[in-house]
Ligand binder design. Structure first.
Ligand code: 13P
Ligand code: SF4
Length: 349
């Protein structure tokens, strides 16, 4: 049980309500949340960990999701009928998720079907997308993945069909395809603004993976020049980045993985070691505080303003309006189809 400071602050008010509600409410916090928010949560994790928590926690009547909207929406899809999901700020979106919508995705699917049979393609959607695209994947024998299981999702797909259509992160898709041994020319970019995604019919027939042209502005700020500079400054450092970074940045780093992978990497690094990290700054700063015996430094300061929208103040507001304020809902049909795609992810080996 969290202890109040006795200062009648926002934090104290949150702790008081939380302690009163007990197991009826569970607060999930993504690794990119500010430290003061993470400290108030029941579970912290990457998007896969948190979706698992949302799927299994049957005690809580209310799940408060401190993260961005697509994460809360996935929790709403996975939650039980007696549960409500609330998010402290409805405007905490995701730039990458906004780069694909269901109309664009359905149009692309139709276009590609003029060249190849869609029965040869598995659609895979990164968690960072709207529920309606997850539902599209559920209806079309596809699945959801996160950065911690994209390899397993690609393997699942290639065991069944010849090609993958990956939405909406070009870089996670390319980094995953590369890990699976695909050559650069087997993965083609699909620009939704252009006819046939900017490809020729021949390109489409030959491709193994179609990569939707979407990206994360927080992670594409990292460059190989920054890595070069850090290597000069800290010759013994290990450099670890998130797979939403470009292929070149991932290739120049020592390791890449989801936010939970990064946390474990730092945890297991020997005392005294230097770890340079290329991901959202709040996670890096928290790790630097949690591991004072290690030199944890950012590759470059890059903040996700959407994650930052969640604060103790708006967390308190939802706690004061349990079951009412900022309730995240998903229409029933979308929910059912999206659940199929999310369940396929949750059962991946
Ligand atoms: P993780 O699944 O690694 O936590 O990543 C989520 C995300 O939005 C990264 O930008
Ligand atoms: Fe979206 Fe990038 Fe923020 Fe992650 S870091 S939530 S991908 S904008």
């Amino acid at each position: 049980m969290l202890k109040q400071t006795g200062e009648n602050s926002t934090i104290d008010k949150i702790i008081e309500i939380k302690n009163k509600l007990g197991k009826e409410v569970v607060i999930l916090t993504h690794h990119y949340q500010r430290k003061e928010v993470v400290d108030l949560g029941d579970h912290k994790g990457d998007s896969f960990d948190l979706s698992q928590k949302a799927a299994v926690d049957e005690n809580a009547k209310t799940i408060i999701f401190c993260g961005v909207h697509f994460m809360a929406e996935s929790a709403a899809v996975l939650s039980q009928p007696h549960q409500t999901v609330q998010i402290p700020d409805m405007d905490a979106g995701c730039w990458m998720a906004d780069m694909a919508d269901i109309v664009m995705v359905e149009r692309a699917w139709k276009e590609v079907s003029k060249v190849v049979d869609t029965a040869s393609i598995t659609p895979i959607v990164y968690m960072n997308a709207d529920a309606s695209i997850k539902a599209f994947c559920g209806r079309n024998e596809g699945l959801v993945c996160t950065s911690s299981n994209a390899d397993a999702a690609f393997k699942w797909a290639f065991d069944r069909r010849e090609k993958i259509f990956f939405f909406p992160d070009e870089h996670l898709g390319r980094n995953t395809g590369h890990k699976m041994g695909l050559k650069p020319d087997e993965m083609i970019l699909w620009d939704p603004e252009k006819p046939l995604g900017g490809n020729t019919e021949d390109d489409i027939r030959k491709a193994r993976v179609f990569l939707w042209k979407g990206y994360c502005l927080v992670h594409t700020r990292f460059t190989t020049e920054q890595i070069e500079m850090k290597r000069k400054e800290f010759p013994d450092a290990r450099i670890i980045v998130h797979p939403e970074c470009t292929r070149e940045v991932v290739a120049e780093s020592d390791a890449s993985g989801s936010t939970s992978y990064i946390v474990t990497y730092v945890d297991q690094a020997p005392s005294g070691s230097t770890i340079v990290i290329g991901t959202e700054i709040n996670l890096i700063e928290r790790l630097a505080l949690e591991y004072p015996d290690k030199n944890v430094i950012p590759l470059h300061r890059s903040l996700c303003p959407n994650m930052y929208k969640i604060s103790p103040e708006n967390l308190l507001q939802v706690l004061e309006n349990i079951g009412e304020l900022n309730v995240v809902t998903v229409p029933e049909q979308i929910k059912n189809d999206a659940r199929v795609a999310l369940d396929r992810m949750l059962t991946l080996a």
